[in-house]
Design a protein around this ligand. Structure first.
Ligand code: 5AD
Ligand code: SF4
Length: 449
């Protein structure tokens, strides 16, 4: 009889965007056949993977401080005669490469987002103590072809990566350099993955891409054609997609919002600024006016659609009048939710060389004003749902006994008393209260005894 293979443990920590969350799950899939089970903490892990984000300076620095902590654990484990491998993945890996190992020699290898299928080989080489452990090329098709395609579903909702990379070159952004050119996954592979997920109990899929609406369908059509195809999968009740660029919102996608009932009425469409002067300096390829007209067209197709966005304050050269234009645009659109950031200078991007930097105190002050307005809008949006009912897809148990939690079509968390059997189901729930970041609801039809 052969002894069972000793269980190894991997701790994977994701930073940044949902694409990294998806990639971390795929890394876990690649590692499972090697005997790696997921660990909740680095303390007991044989392999630690930090899946990093490079988008703003703060995100990058977080990784180095985490590496300092993990290095201390590695040292303790080594004193006990145990080997721990530390890997850095994601966009910092892609952007900084071998520099990471120079800055933190406890790191065993560095693997960029297109090379996760090479993890088994990189781990084996790290165990053998081979030098030069850097895998950071730009071949997304190889990545998608080589990663295992059938995944076990783990919940009611799932991410599905359909597109990677960006050709837009906004002057502030590192993504075109860390994730490479736009690449769309073949639609058959996407459909197969969606079917596997749905068979495993997934009811809602969020299609992911750095520029997801730039998706080019190999069977013709863009993202709209893909969404229509996926909407036909039995059991798949909800489809979302993120993140989009205003330039790629084509007529077919707008029409799909009005016609495909599984496509949720919530659209994340970043505008970044409301000032045409700043939008031009950002190389966004749209104006405030063209963005507003686009929103009008989307709302004409789907009147109940809710909008979300990303905003940057303090881009080089941003004056009070530019910032006021951003506030005016926000008032005109009215967002259900949004992300907002202070401009962070990223070496190597065109904006990093731009003069007239806005000072930190000014950025802080603008961010506070911007976030106060966005917060008011979010609160008003949530409050408007009280007294109405919403179809809620239940995802999990809540913290209190007998409580379950789901989401409305607008991504609002809804808490409600109900049986576990509702998890995975959609039920119309009466919304009774709105708190800071969730809604409380009641079932209208109580179960009969
Ligand atoms: N500084 C601040 N925010 C940034 N973003 C991207 N690059 C930067 C930067 N250098 C923001 C944009 C983008 C979101 C993902 O992150 O708003 O839409
Ligand atoms: Fe970055 Fe602009 Fe591409 Fe978005 S569209 S990933 S902000 S370069």
């Amino acid at each position: 009889m052969t002894a069972p293979r000793p269980q190894r443990r991997v701790f994977i920590k994701s930073y940044g965007c949902q694409m990294n969350v998806y990639d971390s799950e795929r890394m876990a899939d690649v590692l499972a056949p090697l005997g790696y089970a997921l660990s909740e903490s680095p303390d007991t892990a044989d392999l630690v993977v930090l899946n990093t984000c490079h988008i703003r300076e703060k995100a990058t620095e977080k990784v180095y401080s985490e590496l300092g902590r993990i290095k201390a654990i590695k040292r303790e484990r080594a004193a006990a005669g145990e080997r721990m491998i530390i890997a850095v993945a994601g966009c910092v890996a892609q952007a900084e490469g071998a520099e990471i190992m120079r800055r933190q020699p406890a790191v065993d290898f560095v693997v960029g987002p297109q090379s996760y299928h090479r993890l088994p080989e990189l781990i084996a080489r790290a165990h053998r103590g081979v030098d030069e452990l850097l895998a950071a090329d730009f071949t997304p098709h190889e990545k998608f072809d080589a990663l295992p395609s059938a995944r076990g579903a783990t919940g009611v909702t799932a991410f599905l990566s359909v597109q990677e990379g960006c050709d837009k070159f906004c002057t502030f952004c590192v993504v075109p350099y860390t994730r490479g050119a736009e690449y769309s996954r073949p639609s058959d592979a996407i459909e197969a993955e969606a079917r596997t997920l749905t068979r495993g109990g997934v009811r809602e899929i969020t299609l992911l891409g750095q520029n997801v609406n730039a998706y080019q369908n190999d069977r013709g059509g863009g993202l709209a054609a893909l969404i229509r195809r996926l909407a036909a999968i039995p059991g798949l009740a909800r489809i979302r997609y993120t993140t989009s660029h205003p330039r790629d919102m084509d007529d077919a996608l707008i029409a799909a919002h009005g016609e495909v009932s599984a496509l949720m009425p919530y659209l994340h469409l970043p505008v970044q600024s409301g000032s045409d002067r700043i939008l031009r300096a950002m190389n966004r390829g749209h104006t405030a006016e063209s963005y507003l007209r686009l929103i009008e067209r989307v709302r004409a197709a789907r009147p109940d659609i809710a909008l979300s966005g990303d905003f940057i304050v303090g881009f080089p050269g941003e004056r009070e009048a530019d910032f006021a234009a951003t506030l005016a645009l926000i008032r005109e659109v009215s967002y259900a939710g949004a992300f907002s950031f202070k401009y962070s200078r990223r070496p190597g991007t065109p904006a990093a060389a731009m003069a007239s930097r806005v000072d930190e105190a000014e950025k802080d002050e603008r961010l506070v004003r911007l976030q106060a307005l966005l917060e008011d809008q979010r609160r008003a949006f949530n409050a408007a749902t009280v007294g109405r009912s919403a179809p809620v897809l239940f995802e999990k148990r809540g913290r209190h006994p007998g409580q379950i939690i789901g989401r409305s079509p607008y991504l609002q968390a809804v808490h409600c008393a109900g049986p576990d059997s509702l998890i995975g189901q959609i039920e119309s729930i009466a919304i009774t209260a709105a708190s800071h970041n969730s809604l409380a609801g009641e079932r209208r039809v109580m179960e009969t005894a």
